[in-house]
Design a protein around this ligand. Structure first.
Ligand SMILES: O=C(O)CCC(=O)C(=O)O
Length: 302
């Protein structure tokens, strides 16, 4: 018996997740948590402008925020959703990464970043993708707001689906009020569907896995405050990967040929550009020039 859900409910949620590749949890955050996280985002925008990366007209992301603030630890450890994540990933669940995402109102809806799988962009390496993400909505996401869209079952039954062949209008929009959480498999094909009259959408996003020997990315530092924490309510290996140096070869890793002096924001943009190129090269229909002109991207494991 969990604290928030019964064993039967947890098993059902885990089963649904394994079949569909995603799960929506309503009221995953209380109104008080939503207000507090929104205030923390406002503070972070003011106090740490250097943590924010603008990746497209709509998309602004706060990366590697944990060394600067403890205000989002509660999202990573949120008891209600951690119970579900434990049912999905088991007791070897480890924290991987965290980011704040802002999706701003935008004129150009074509800048949508496109259907993709997270972590690794090469289609033939899709089976290496083995992580689970949670996205908390800090603002209402209605029919007319930019939303997270997903192709159900594309992590498993439809694993042979290539994101570059998924039509723009495919998939389903996951809308819901502030406080909703979406848990999705990083291998499931997903996208940001941009809407013309959207208000600013704010989300917090974290990734978890059950691998102890490899991290999904090197952008999120896990500070001593977290890895030294002694909290019996947390899973035993939760922050154990703070010093793991083996990083999955993908969009979470600094390429060896990149200038070591390049700021993190530029490294992430370049990694995303290359990831996008790899994804489209496989289709062989998009010229190098076109790809170079694409300025939209995504960061976390995404
Ligand atoms: O902004 C969104 O809804 C899409 C997020 C995304 O693509 C990702 O998490 O990889």
């Amino acid at each position: 018996m969990g604290q928030f859900f019964t064993e039967t409910q947890l098993r059902q949620m885990a089963d649904d997740f394994h079949v569909l590749g995603y799960l929506c949890i309503s009221a995953a955050l209380s109104p008080e948590q939503i207000a507090r996280f929104n205030a923390a985002v406002d503070r972070h925008l003011t106090d740490f402008p250097g943590d924010w990366i603008s990746l497209s007209d709509s998309f602004c992301e706060g990366t590697n925020v944990l060394p600067h603030t403890a205000e989002f630890d509660e999202a990573i450890e949120n008891p209600r959703t951690l119970e579900v994540l434990r049912a999905i990933l088991g007791e070897r669940i480890t924290f991987e990464e965290f980011a704040i995402m802002l999706r701003n109102p935008v004129e150009n809806l074509k800048e949508v970043k496109g259907w993709h799988r997270d972590l690794v962009r090469e289609y033939e390496r899709r089976r290496e993708i083995d992580a689970v993400s949670i996205m908390f909505y800090l603002t209402d996401v209605s029919e007319t707001d930019h939303c997270f869209a997903i192709v159900p079952e594309s992590h498993q039954r439809l694993i042979d689906l290539n994101p570059v062949n998924v039509p723009p209008e495919a998939g389903i929009d996951l809308i819901g009020p502030a406080g909703t959480a979406v848990i999705f498999h990083a291998r499931a094909i997903h996208n940001a569907r941009l809407k013309r009259n959207s208000t600013q959408r704010r989300t917090l996003q974290a990734y978890y896995s059950s691998r102890l020997d490899q991290r999904t990315n090197e952008w999120t530092q896990i500070p001593p405050r977290l890895y030294q924490k002694q909290d019996p309510r947390l899973p035993p290996y939760f922050y154990s990967k703070w010093n793991v140096t083996s990083i999955l070869d993908g969009v979470g890793r600094r390429p060896a040929d990149i200038d070591p002096q390049l700021p993190l924001s530029e490294v992430i943009k370049e990694v995303q550009r290359r990831g996008k190129m790899k994804m489209h090269e496989q289709r062989g229909q998009v010229s190098l020039m076109t790809i170079k002109g694409m300025n939209d991207a995504e960061t976390t494991a995404g």
